[in-house]
Design a protein around this ligand. Structure first.
Ligand code: GUN
Length: 290
């Protein structure tokens, strides 16, 4: 028996994007300029190629100009640093994304450190991440997936203040910044990760459970408190008889019988995450053109 409401990310994303498209139009009329996003892809990872394609299409739909820099898998760290520096200095570029993960021979931290914090629409620069972590400070950008999680909760009328939130995962892209952002919204936040003993005991306390693990269907129905709100941030590519498809970290068929609300994958936080990228890029352009 299904108890859960399914939180539809696609419709939320659609309404956010139509607002962004209007603002981009207005900017073009007022300044003759549009927001510009540069996307850097190193190598040929299937998942990264898919993410880039989705981001390009979304930009195109709202009138954000894009620029793609593709580098070969074996490119040197210096080459990538030079590309980022050039984009830092390009006034038509308001946002820079270096698609992660990078090949192993490249030091990811070194690359993220050189992206201008003013163009860091992913929010992964330590200045932005540090300001997100510290009360009383405001980052220039908040990472898109965590922002999407909060946006989804607020637009689904889920109260966050004072709630017990458990985040599974501590990645810089999702888990860590989501924990920080939930704290900013006054949730009581616990983190569960690979070294946590008896994780189900902790997840069963969660009013709001956020999953960022990267293992398909690992969060079972008995990991959940009845009535919990479950946000599945997983984007796992799995291969079946009909080809590749995306699946989340949560065992959806079980979760809908225990939770009060769940996000589907695909069609949950994913589309909103892309909308947050568009929104960060627009914000950056507004600051630059002010
Ligand atoms: N890889 C997976 N998600 C993301 C993201 O949001 N930004 C970047 N740069 N790389 C990713």
């Amino acid at each position: 028996l299904q108890t859960a409401r399914v939180m539809d990310g696609k419709s939320i994303a659609r309404s956010i994007r139509s607002g962004i498209a209007c603002e981009v139009n207005r900017m073009k009329e007022a300044t003759g300029k549009s927001p510009g996003l540069a996307l850097v892809l190193v190598g040929k990872r299937r998942d990264s190629q898919t993410f880039i394609r989705v981001k390009l299409k979304a930009c195109c739909e709202v009138g954000i100009t894009t620029l793609v820099e593709e580098l070969p898998e074996e490119c040197m760290e210096d080459e990538l640093l030079r590309v980022v520096s050039r984009l830092n200095g390009d006034p038509s570029v308001h946002g820079i994304i270096v698609q992660l993960p990078l090949p192993k021979h490249i030091n990811e931290e070194k690359i993220l450190d050189v992206i201008s914090p003013e163009k860091d629409v992913d929010g992964f620069h330590p200045l932005n991440m540090g300001n997100l972590a510290m009360k009383g400070r405001e980052p220039l950008f908040i990472p898109c997936a965590p922002k999407s999680c909060i946006e989804l909760l607020l637009r689904s009328n889920v109260e966050i203040i004072g709630k017990r939130a458990v985040v599974i995962g501590r990645s810089k892209i999702v888990g860590l910044p989501t924990s920080l952002l939930l704290q900013r919204h006054h949730a009581t936040v616990s983190t569960v990760h690979a070294f946590t003993r008896n994780p189900e005991q902790i997840t069963r306390e969660a009013d709001i459970l956020v999953a960022d693990i990267g293992i398909p269907n690992i969060v079972r129905g008995n990991w959940l408190k009845p009535g919990a709100v479950v946000v599945d941030m997983g984007t796992n590519q799995v291969k079946d008889s009909s080809g590749f498809r995306i699946t989340g970290d949560v065992y959806y068929e079980e979760a809908i019988k225990v939770a009060s609300a769940v996000t589907p994958v695909p069609g949950g936080v994913g589309p909103i995450t892309i909308s947050m990228l568009l929104s960060n890029t627009l914000d950056s352009a507004k600051r630059a053109l002010r």
